[in-house]
Design a protein around this ligand. Structure first.
Ligand SMILES: *Cc1c(COP(=O)(O)O)cnc(C)c1O
Length: 240
């Protein structure tokens, strides 16, 4: 079987479609973030040429060269396929200045000090930054994210920020050899979103769910994912 990008996209697209059909969802309600952290600049350009628009990176140190080559040009109109960048990794507060203004979406908001730093930087730049709140649903020590029982208080505190807009929740499921076993994690994130919507007046903008990776995106879609973050299965994984 060919492993070219175009073929991988077709296979992934078919699986997304089927997961949408199984769960009675519309295909347009699920967007793909191509996670390019494991691939070169050339492969990233290839992904853009194939029509992938949303790119995800999890470390600024690794993303910088790609970002500058693709989006760092002063004359953006000269570049045909401008991506929309998503920052999906945990972010140190002192890196906020590097990332805000370059990445449109933040997927890893997990503490008030980070919210404060993002808000200050965004305000300097005169922009509003859409953010996903990362929730540690599975409770693994290794996972970043806010604990579910602290989420409501956290959302209430975000109300003080003018230049940061919470738009959804994000989680990572533990890796399972049987993807079905991730379902409880994704379902719990959806239920948290629904509960926030019902009970928290500050949470009306929190509608989206960033969940599902190469190993478990179909289950995530069935449980309501609106953004899936696909690396290995879509753009591949290259050795350094
Ligand atoms: C690396 C990464 C992904 C993509 O991982 P794959 O399993 O290769 O699809 C998605 N989300 C986050 C937060 C990541 O760090």
């Amino acid at each position: 079987m060919s492993t070219t990008l175009g073929n991988r996209m077709l296979l992934v697209e078919e699986r997304i479609k089927q997961a949408c059909e199984r769960s009675g969802r519309s295909r347009e309600d699920v967007q793909i973030i191509a996670v390019t952290k494991y691939v070169s600049l050339d492969t990233t350009r290839d992904a853009l040429a194939h029509g992938l628009r949303h790119l995800g990176e999890n470390r600024w140190q690794d993303a910088q060269a790609k970002w500058e080559a693709i989006s760092g040009n002063e004359d953006q109109s000269a570049v045909d396929h401008q991506p929309i960048w998503h920052f999906i990794g945990s972010l140190q507060t002192n890196k906020v200045k590097d990332v805000i203004g370059k990445f449109t979406y933040m997927h890893s908001l997990d503490r008030l000090s980070l919210a404060d730093a993002i808000d200050k930087r965004a305000s300097q730049l005169g922009i509003i930054v859409p953010c996903f709140i990362q929730v540690n649903v599975s409770g693994e020590d290794s996972k970043h994210g806010i604990e579910p029982d602290k989420l409501f208080a956290f959302v209430a505190q975000l109300g003080q920020f003018q230049s940061l807009k919470p738009i959804g929740l994000m989680t990572m499921a533990p890796y399972e050899s049987e993807p079905e076993e991730t379902r409880t994690v994704f379902r719990a994130l959806r239920e948290l979103r629904d509960e926030l919507q019902l009970r928290c007046p500050q949470a009306q903008s929190i509608t989206q769910l960033s969940m599902g990776m190469s190993n478990d995106f179909e289950v995530a879609i069935e449980e309501g994912a609106t953004w899936i973050r696909l690396g290995t299965i879509l753009v591949g994984k290259e050795e350094e």
